[in-house]
Design a protein around this ligand. Structure first.
Ligand code: ATP
Ligand code: MG
Length: 452
């Protein structure tokens, strides 16, 4: 049933309330000892002030699965202003989606007021082409539940009796490990196409299956994500690729055609040349391994790998035209074009481009250049990237080994042995045309170079 279709919120409230299933404390596994003490503080204070307060969303889902939630979100019938009045450490954020953030050192408990369904004509809700772009219309818990995306994300843990409240069948879906959208699939994807990426992310992270109608919907409406704000897509990409399930996330994205939408040229390139896919998969597997060990990962390196097949592909096309500096031009063009889809902040796109631009410099017979490269501040990242390339391209293994030795034994390790393989030049595919590259002036932004 598509509750969101009806225009009468009172009717929705009645019908959704009639579906409520309460899972009592004795019948579920959520214990307060697994809930962040700060989230409990927020819940109790709201309750003591006479409001309804529930843990909601991913935290309830993850606790039911026996996983440790990444963060704890609270939903309440208190307005953001009422929440602010209760907590000194509270900040209101967002104009279009107003929320309260309660700060405890590093931890932020996000408190959202139940969103309603009706539009009172005040301008507090804004829908553009079926897309929800502003929403400060408040309502009841029943309305809030059916406005959420997946049934498993619409479970409420109520602090008043420690029960789990399920209005949309999410509890059974958690047990079945399945992702189902609440309401009509087409309508929910048109309203917010980014839900397609969220589906893929939850499938990868939780190992859930995607219900058939949702899977078909992702294929059909997923391409609408091209119109989503690039900054939001960047955030989604980080959630997908930096949460320990990057490799399965990438495979799910490919399976549902979303990789082709967000990374069109890389997608084309890896279909033609399996080495590109091998490079991306090796990068994502190593990202997952680092996260599992608690080691840092940088979006610059991640995006360097995701876009490298595109850079190579483009450089090959430029080289065919036979002029200019194929790798340099390709990298600048890909950075500029990709920015239209995913807003990669400069602090990541600049080092990413540096990692790319250093690759051709690994091929040299000159001692001075070896020394200079070893001393380059981005050497380590560029070398790691060369290693990654060599894991996908055997022709580069010897080169990577020389540079490995050079780090312990000095520059001669690069120069000894066979002369440099001409073929292992800048990019893996095209033959490199000799040309002196114009040195970048200090402060000149590489990422800002637009394609001619
Ligand atoms: P994670 O484990 O990644 O934090 P999550 O389910 O908590 O997963 P969030 O992005 O933190 O995801 O969102 C919190 C909750 O807000 C979701 O569980 C869902 O109920 C609701 N929500 C988030 N994004 C949307 C959306 N695009 N459409 C509808 N509801 C959403
Ligand atoms: Mg969350």
């Amino acid at each position: 049933m598509d509750f969101l279709e009806t225009s009468d919120p009172a009717d929705v409230r009645r019908r959704v309330a009639a579906q409520l299933r309460v899972i009592a404390r004795a019948d579920h596994c959520i214990s307060r000892q697994f809930i962040s003490p700060n989230a409990l503080r927020v819940l109790y204070r709201l309750r003591d002030a006479g409001f309804n307060a529930c843990l909601v969303g991913g935290a309830v889902r993850d606790l039911l699965l026996g996983n440790r939630p990444k963060d704890f979100d609270v939903a309440t019938n208190a307005t953001p202003e009422e929440v602010k009045a209760l907590f000194r450490n509270c900040r209101l954020i967002g104009r279009r989606f107003r929320l309260a953030h309660v700060h405890y050192g590093e931890e932020i408990i996000e408190v959202s007021t139940f969103r309603g369904l009706g539009d009172d004509g005040s301008g507090d809700r804004e829908v553009v082409d079926g897309r929800l772009t502003r929403d400060n219309v408040y309502g009841s818990i029943e309305e809030d539940a059916v406005r959420r995306d997946f049934t498993v994300n619409a479970l409420y843990y109520a602090i008043e009796d420690f029960s789990v409240r399920d209005y949309v069948g999410g509890y059974d879906d958690v047990q079945r490990r399945q992702l189902r959208l609440i309401g009509d699939v087409e309508r929910r994807f048109r309203e917010d196409p980014v839900r397609a990426l969220r589906a893929v992310r939850f499938a990868a992270k939780l190992g859930f299956s995607i219900a058939d109608d949702v899977a078909a919907g992702i294929r059909e409406y997923g391409p609408l994500i091209v119109d989503a704000p690039p900054a939001r897509l960047f955030d989604e990409m980080l959630k997908l690729f930096l949460a320990g399930h990057a490799l399965s996330g990438f495979r799910e994205m490919e399976r549902y055609g979303l990789f082709a939408v967000l990374f069109p040229e890389s997608s084309q390139a890896i279909r033609k040349d399996p080495r590109g896919r091998a490079l991306i998969e090796a990068a994502l597997a190593s990202t997952d391994a680092r996260i599992a060990l608690g080691r840092p990962v940088t979006p610059a390196f991640l995006f360097a790998a995701l876009l490298w097949p595109a850079v190579e592909h483009r450089a090959a096309l430029i080289a065919e035209r036979g002029h200019g500096d194929p790798e340099g031009e390709a990298s600048a063009q890909i950075v500029a074009e990709q920015a239209q889809r995913i807003a990669l902040p400069k602090r990541f796109s600049l080092p990413m481009q540096e990692i790319w631009d250093l690759q051709p410099r690994f091929v040299t017979n000159q001692r001075k250049r070896v020394q200079r490269l070893l001393a380059h501040p981005r050497f380590r990242a560029a070398y790691d990237f060369l290693l990654l390339r060599s894991s996908a391209n055997l022709e580069l293994v010897e080169l990577a080994q020389r540079w490995d030795r050079a780090q312990h034994e000095g520059p001669d390790a690069v120069l000894s042995g066979q002369p440099m393989p001409e073929k292992a030049a800048a990019v893996d595919a095209p033959a490199k045309k000799k040309r002196r590259r114009r040195r970048r002036k200090p402060g000149e932004a590489a990422g800002a170079v637009a394609p001619e």
